[in-house]
Design a protein around this ligand. Structure first.
Ligand code: SF4
Length: 373
């Protein structure tokens, strides 16, 4: 188990998953030592509320309910028509809002978590980027998203198997807190490193740090364009870390870790789905032996473009294959809910709290999608 230094919310609040074991031991200094293990098991193995941790006395449960407050309060929940995708909008203690998406597949259950409230990267096709940056999330605010999703998956008889950091925010812009969350998820929630994926839009220093990291998590780079002129416009961080520099970092990462790299490519009609774009992508991805995930783009309010047609997606994937690049077309999740980063938040900016998804009472809301990361 880890006992990483606390990475609490920059606003100073501490949620229940922001506490380290050492800090909990201090908090429970008047209790027998084994109580720390019991509370830790309550948080990470059992989940739910302290009132449900019946291995503890009623008095202690009541005290913990006061002292270990949750970070996430449900503002809205949307569930896809087939029930396989659940998206939550959470309100944080300071009123900021973030989103989490749970996706159930036949062979796995994946949660997509946010690492920041808002995002400063300003990608042109992204609702979160258009709304701007609010603040970094704390380690506990990230971990609690996973705990909530795990509980929801378990309620459906499924085991949460994967975590992807592709929700709101750029994980490498909040590296320390994000990495502390990765360690918690791995060490204390028991998800293997190969089941954890960090996604970046191209923050080179973060890629270089990840190459040195202790856990062999996966890296996904949101590329979307493979020429600097166009990428500078769609993904402004490219002006700071141009493609050649990004490729160098990716190459060093692959050499240092021997892990497979993946590129995310949101297919946008007439923006990055032509034959020329496929050739540019292939030239960029092939030397890095990167796998490409193609994601048909859903509409984002304020960005008047549309995703590529299913036929164009199919042809683009086939062209990449001809050019020697492995590509997978990802099924777009949440097209009947607001499953874009920032879209649920935009739709429900003033939505009232409507119950906790881990204890039932879903509140179906409207529609959308995301692409970060
Ligand atoms: S796509 Fe990702 S990195 Fe870009 S603005 Fe949206 S959340 Fe931020």
């Amino acid at each position: 188990m880890t006992d990483v230094p606390i990475q609490q919310s920059p606003s100073g609040s501490r949620g229940r998953y922001d506490w380290t074991r050492a800090e909990l031991a201090e908090l429970l200094g008047d209790q027998p030592r084994y109580r720390v293990d019991q509370v830790w098991a309550g948080l990470y193995t059992q989940g739910g509320e302290p009132a449900e941790w019946t291995s503890l006395s009623k008095t202690l449960r009541a005290r913990l309910s006061d002292e270990l407050s949750p970070s996430l309060s449900l503002a809205a929940e949307s569930v896809s028509d087939d029930g396989d995708t659940v998206k939550w909008l959470w309100t944080l203690h300071d009123g900021r809002q973030i989103e989490t998406v749970l996706m159930i597949y036949p062979d796995r259950a994946t949660v997509c978590v946010s690492s920041q409230a808002g995002c400063a990267m300003a990608c042109g096709f992204c609702a979160t980027g258009q709304a701007g940056f609010d603040r970094h999330l704390s380690t506990g605010e990230i971990v609690e998203q996973v705990v909530r999703a795990r509980a929801r998956a378990a309620a459906d008889g499924r085991r949460l198997s994967n975590v992807v950091f592709m929700g709101m925010g750029e994980p490498f812009a909040n590296y320390d807190r994000t990495w502390a969350a990765v360690e918690r998820i791995h060490d204390d929630l028991g998800l293997g490193a190969r089941h954890l994926t960090l996604s970046t839009v191209g923050v080179v220093p973060g890629i270089r740090r990840l190459a040195e990291a202790s856990l062999p998590v996966n890296l996904a780079v949101s590329l979307h364009l493979a020429n600097d002129t166009e990428r500078n416009e769609l993904v402004p961080i490219n002006r700071r870390y141009p493609l050649a520099e990004l490729a160098d970092a990716c190459r060093d990462y692959v050499e240092a870790t021997r892990r497979r790299l993946s590129f995310e490519w949101a297919l946008i009609h007439d923006v990055n789905d032509t034959d020329r774009h496929a050739r540019e992508l292939a030239d960029y991805a092939r030397p890095l032996r990167a796998h490409v995930n193609l994601i048909p783009l859903n509409p984002t309010p304020g960005y008047r473009v549309r995703g590529s047609s299913p036929e164009t997606v199919r042809l683009f994937a086939r062209r990449l294959g001809e050019l020697g690049v492995n590509a997978t077309v990802r099924r777009t999740r949440g097209t009947d809910i607001d499953a874009a980063c920032g879209q649920l938040r935009a739709t429900h900016a003033t939505a009232p709290t409507s119950g906790d998804p881990t204890s039932g009472g879903p509140t179906p809301v409207a529609v959308g999608r995301r692409t970060h990361g």
